[in-house]
Write a protein that binds this ligand. Sequence first.
Ligand code: PLP
Length: 369
Amino acid sequence: MKKFIPIAEPLFDGNELKYLTDCIETGWISSIGSYVTRFETEFASYIGCKYGVAVHTGTAALHLALAALRVGPGDEVIIPDLTFAATANAVLYTGARPVLVDVEKDTWNIRPEAIRQAITDRTKAVIPVHLYGHPCDMDEIMKVAREHGLFVIEDAAEAHGAEYKGKRVGSFGTISCFSFFGNKTITTGEGGICLSDDEALLERIAKLRDHGMNKDKKYWHDEAGFNYRMTNLQAAVGVAQLERIDWFVNRKREIARLYNQYLADVKNIVLPMEKDWAKNTYWMYTFLLKTGQSQISRDDLIDALKREGIDSRPVFYPLHSMPPYEVAGRFVNAEAISEAGLSLPSSPTLRKEEIREIAEVLKRQVKGR
Ligand SMILES: Cc1ncc(COP(=O)(O)O)c(C=O)c1O
């Protein structure tokens, strides 16, 4: 294979350029502008929430959600051991302690029972992460949260359009957060959003996004906030992407269907799963290489694919194994998934031929040793 197939590349074949040009021509390039409001309203409505506040990254969305709920020093926030570090970093920014728990073996998402076991008097919130586009078991999580009076902040950065029992993820928690980084299902370059049905809470998030400034009294700061605003330029791209979100989500599912089909007979791998109550939107197509049974290690497979012009990514390291979040103890499922997991190219631009070629190369590497 001659050309290099990246793990993810964005696709801008809708109104992105038109709306961006509109921003430039009208001069509305900063954070005041009609596209920001449109993006907030339309994305909230797509997910099934009443309100949205757009911010400049998904990490900022998580931080603001926690700050708005007044999570701070002395508090504990339960998060999965297996997630991108932003989930934990946002908790650390507030001065609270992230409490790590193990994930489920099959969905790779936080285990509701593990949440229950980790609750203490200090627990204030839980952040379920819909990893790689597979929804968490929200009924169970909401039940535990209700029983213990916890806030639920959904980290849906990787799960645009995913559904739990027919309802879109991001519509269950007290607040939900999404990312629109360049590799996400729809993108604004960098970007994020907080969604909620609680108007007062979202007003507080909007205030904290803008330095804590009182919205009725210019330059009067009720508290020290942040500058986490999304620009009208980002939102212009977002509005255009959102017009085609169903197409993007269907593409992700089609890419997964093709990989599943081409890789179905490979014995040494575990294909990504979809619970019968779930709509997985396969943000990154990710599978497990069965340790011990395959002749090639996961990391050698990454190198072998690279030599053939195919980009891939290992699954995240378990948080507990890295210095900023280190804790003792075993997180058996997170460790096993992290060691064996590999993501394959998942761009909306991928052609069927390319997916078949990638699968062929992978099969040769996994089988032929
Ligand atoms: C699970 C998860 N949470 C949070 C983030 C943070 O989003 P951002 O990169 O937009 O800050 C990401 C992605 O990058 C993510 O994958």
